[in-house]
Ligand binder design. Structure first.
Ligand SMILES: Cc1ncc(COP(=O)(O)O)c(C=O)c1O
Length: 176
């Protein structure tokens, strides 16, 4: 705990549970509540336009809460069962749930104890075996047609494929 307190003093922290709600914000909500339009009135599009202008983008979709917004973001990314979805264990559960809603493979990458953000080292540890796998597949995709062209005979092809796969395992430290 003492080390956490030290870090809290020396690093800028983002307080996720401390809101900034001004009197003008409360008045704006009350104006809508007093109006005839609670759901599809003019304030929604005005809000979206203000955010678009502030962020410098053409389109903005306002959502009713952060869970819905994260879910929409995952859908926009076309997230599905073939995708890995990584987040941090200290985030709100909605973050992981949005990946689950899309059927993605949800997993957690540990945080850095100094910043409380995702640890680059932990991320590297997660990425390494996956990148090796992709690299192996890509190399095989490139190399196998060459082997096939070079060695027409099926038994020879097979022997060379085995040799090639072994070579990849050694070079890329893939367990056999
Ligand atoms: C990181 C994070 N994601 C999602 C949510 C969910 O937000 P909401 O309650 O607006 O759906 C929260 C809420 O605290 C959050 O902190």
């Amino acid at each position: 705990m003492s080390s956490l307190r030290t870090h809290a003093r020396t690093h800028v922290r983002t307080h996720v549970a401390t809101q900034s709600i001004a009197a003008a914000d409360i008045d704006a909500v009350c104006d809508v509540l007093r109006s005839d339009w609670l759901t599809q009135g003019p304030v929604g599009p005005r809000f979206e336009k203000a955010i678009a202008d502030a962020v410098g983008v053409r389109h903005v979709v306002a959502a009713c809460n952060a869970t819905a917004a994260l879910h929409i973001a995952c859908l926009a990314l076309d997230l599905g069962p073939r995708d890995r979805f990584w987040t941090v264990p200290n985030t709100f559960v909605a973050s992981a749930n949005c990946g689950l809603y899309c059927g993605a493979q949800v997993d957690f990458v540990d945080i850095d104890e100094r910043t409380y953000n995702m640890s680059p080292t932990a991320l590297e540890g997660k990425l390494d075996p996956i990148l090796r796998q992709y690299a192996q597949k890509a190399l095989q995709r490139e190399m196998l047609p060459i082997i096939t062209r070079q060695f027409g005979d099926a038994s020879q092809q097979n022997a060379h494929n085995k040799k090639f796969t072994k070579m990849l395992q050694v070079v890329m430290k893939i367990p056999s």
